[in-house]
Write a protein that binds this ligand. Structure first.
Ligand SMILES: [Zn+2]
Length: 483
């Protein structure tokens, strides 16, 4: 299948994190009891009229600017007419030929190489209600309930150009898109709650012109599903083309359990949605100064932050990537570095021990982490004691300075005390010393560990290391003391 070029385009729906819905004052919240957040407008009752939520427009503009789009100062809402039980009005208010924004781009890394994907358009629309099928899936389901809490939550739809060339790139793009929208604070982008949803289309192109039609895949509920469904589909289509077959334009769905795509419908009789301008809403005209205000207030976005961490702060590419992809860690990193601590040292702590403890749900501020690093820098405690203190900070919320004082933690940096411990350890492990001297140098780590254990982690490890190496090298003629 190597001779086919893959072209993938994505269509992404993102729920905006406004407090209220796009055309009424109902709360836009996830997880409330069914049909408790509804009013005549979002239920589409006769006589009700939509009123546009300014915050939804602001969030949409912010998203568009974060994705480097051109914001159209003039756009229009349109009716998309179709019937479905989760759409009580039998039309959805969306934007059609005059969208909010066009012509953006997302830059990101794919296997450490910079790549770019074009955003064709971004428009505002309203969310439909949610159909809840009895049983595990719509197949074989006995009945369906509808929850209209979701109806009218503001959405943006983002469409990319079909310039993505592999399933892995599609996944990398979607991860970067999510990160950008999270940084821009327009959505929580939780795929598991449906606040970020993605459909993909994929077609194959052979050199001698055996081109396949575009196939759309729906129901991609995770990054993994997106990548796997596209990989499955690329293989399936290549096989058909190789056998001289024809790819039909169709809509398929990803069957998570069977790990394959399944046909939903052929595109032949594609529905005509009878779009027309929404008569109950005036055209959306934006003030250029307001758009510029939103642009000026955009927070630092992930790519810019990653560049800054690498070039200005001198972090490794790996650490910069880890921090930028975990905004809560990046924040602690920033706070700690702002106190004057060395960036790479802070990054090591934050991406290592800190991240490990933070996974259990609690958090420690950069200010408090800074206090711990200060204690280590002052030489009051060792780095390995620091890890114990950090754990206490996470589990019991202790202040590092008070905890160290209360527990009487100190570093043993006394050469003579350590020297005698070093000698004792070597004496107790003469067989290992012999092997070390015969070239098994990795045993040094064992000796260091023994001394650290003997001091309950309170020894200054660099000093222990130095004393051990010295004792061992001088001990090329090293002999156990005669007592
Ligand atoms: Zn409502």
């Amino acid at each position: 299948m190597g001779e086919y070029k893959i072209r993938i385009g994505l269509e992404i729906h993102v729920e905006l994190a406004t407090k209220t819905k796009i055309f009424c004052g109902c709360a836009a919240a996830f997880g409330a009891p069914p049909n408790s957040l509804c009013c005549p407008t979002c239920l589409g009752l006769p006589g009700s009229l939509p009123v546009l939520n300014r915050a939804a427009v602001e969030f949409g503009v912010r998203a568009a600017l974060a994705l480097n789009c051109t914001v159209n100062l003039y756009s229009e809402f349109a009716r998309k007419n179709y019937f479905y039980p989760d759409l009580p009005k039998a039309f959805q208010i969306t934007q059609h030929d005059k969208p909010l924004a066009v012509n953006g781009k997302v830059q990101y890394y794919l296997e450490d190489q910079p790549v770019e994907t074009v955003i064709t358009r971004l428009h505002l629309e309203e969310e439909a209600g949610k159909s809840i099928h009895s049983g595990d899936s719509i197949v074989g389901s006995e009945y369906t309930s509808v929850d209209y809490n979701r109806a009218g939550i503001p959405l943006i739809e983002i469409v990319t150009a079909p310039d993505i060339t592999s399933p892995a790139q599609a996944k990398a793009f979607l991860e970067q898109l999510r990160l950008i929208l999270q940084y821009a604070q327009v959505s929580d982008c939780k795929m598991e709650n449906g606040s970020l949803r993605c459909d993909a289309n994929i077609s194959l192109h052979g050199e001698s012109g055996q081109n396949g039609e575009k196939v759309e895949i729906k129901n991609l509920n995770s990054f993994r599903a997106l990548e796997r469904a596209l990989a499955y589909e690329a293989k399936r289509q290549a096989k058909i083309l190789e056998q001289g077959g024809v790819i039909l334009p169709e809509t398929r769905t990803w069957d998570e359990r069977a790990q394959k795509t399944v046909r939903m419908r052929l595109k032949a009789g594609a529905p005509d949605y009878r779009y027309f301008p929404e008569p109950d809403l005036p055209p959306l005209e934006l003030d250029e100064a307001w758009v510029e205000e939103i642009r000026a207030a955009l927070p630092e976005l992930p790519l810019a932050r990653e560049e800054r961490y690498r070039s200005a702060l001198g972090l490794t590419a790996y650490d910069a990537g880890v921090l930028v992809r975990a905004p809560h860690l990046a924040q602690v990193f920033e706070e700690t570095v702002a106190l004057g601590h060395e960036p790479q040292l802070v990054a090591n702590w934050v991406t290592g021990e800190y991240a490990r403890f933070a996974r259990q749900g609690s958090t420690v501020s950069g200010k408090v982490l800074g206090e711990l690093l200060e204690l280590i820098a002052e030489g009051a405690i060792s780095a390995s004691q620091g890890k114990t203190v950090l754990e206490e900070m996470f589990t019991n919320g202790v202040s590092p300075r008070e905890f160290v004082a209360a527990k009487g933690l100190t570093v043993i940096a006394d050469r003579e005390v350590l020297q005698s411990m070093v000698e004792e350890v070597l004496q107790n492990h003469q067989e290992l010393v012999k092997r070390y001297l015969e070239g098994e140098e990795r045993l040094l780590g064992f000796f260091v560990g023994q001394v650290m254990q003997a001091t309950k982690g309170q020894a200054e490890p660099r000093l222990v290391n130095k004393l051990l190496v010295k004792a061992l090298t001088e001990g090329r003629n090293w002999q156990p003391r005669e007592e």
